[in-house]
Design a protein around this ligand. Structure first.
Ligand code: FES
Ligand code: FES
Length: 216
């Protein structure tokens, strides 16, 4: 059988690799790369298709919250904030934390999460499950207020009262860390809480009085 010129050339390796063969080799490597990539891609696609669908993030989920020492259950969407859940999805509702800005700037919604002040409008209820939540209601009662609550009353430290639960909660947590603060310390501790009525001087006086009272 007569061998073609190309066949003959293939059987005769030489140092000189003509352009066409070099080109074909190059295409071969690139082609192999593309083939491997294709293979990996379709493998990944097949895996994705066969994998169980991700857990649905829509609809309601059950959350169990530890609010002021009580287990409280709610059915909420995963995107529901802790503030919204406390105020609107518990029965009876926990309305101490107030909804004012809803974007984490005013501090009216402050609660303690594992004893640390947080803006509950920025925390998802599902993230607060299994954590200790303390609202202003859990700090004391009208009959038995804590030192800060009592000092707010004695020092007339509120006007409309919307910011008050946030301030009381923030200051109560702060005085545990620093029981003997200066005025500057108190101002610094309260920098995440706004009072639109401008009751700041009375709020700070109340905080200092509470600190003194607790030490006496
Ligand atoms: S309501 Fe949460 S910070 Fe204002
Ligand atoms: S007392 Fe009205 S916002 Fe502070």
């Amino acid at each position: 059988m007569t061998k073609s010129r190309e066949d003959r050339e293939d059987q005769k390796p030489t140092d000189h690799d003509p352009g066409r063969r070099k080109f074909l080799k190059g295409v071969g490597i690139a082609g192999a790369g593309a083939a491997i990539a294709d293979h990996l891609w379709s493998e990944a696609e097949a895996k994705e298709k066969s994998a169980a669908p991700p857990e649905s993030l829509s609809g309601n989920v059950k959350v169990v919250l530890d609010v002021n020492g009580q287990k409280r259950e709610a059915q909420v969407e995963p995107r529901t904030t802790l503030l919204n859940t406390l105020r609107n999805h518990l029965d009876p509702a926990v309305t101490g934390p107030k909804l004012v800005c809803d974007v984490g700037t005013c501090g009216a919604c402050t609660v303690l999460l594992d004893d640390k002040p947080v803006y509950s409008c920025l925390v998802l209820a599902v993230d607060a499950a299994n954590k200790k939540i303390t609202t202003v209601e859990g700090l004391g009662t009208p009959e038995n207020p804590n030192a800060v609550q009592a000092a707010f009353v004695e020092n007339d430290a509120l006007m409309c009262g919307f910011c008050t639960p946030g301030f009381v909660t923030t200051i109560s947590a702060y005085l545990k860390k620093n029981p003997n603060p200066s005025l500057a310390d108190v101002r610094e501790a309260c920098k995440g809480n706004f009072c639109r009525c401008g009751t700041y001087p009375r709020v700070f006086e109340a905080a200092l009085a509470a600190a003194k009272g607790s030490q006496a």
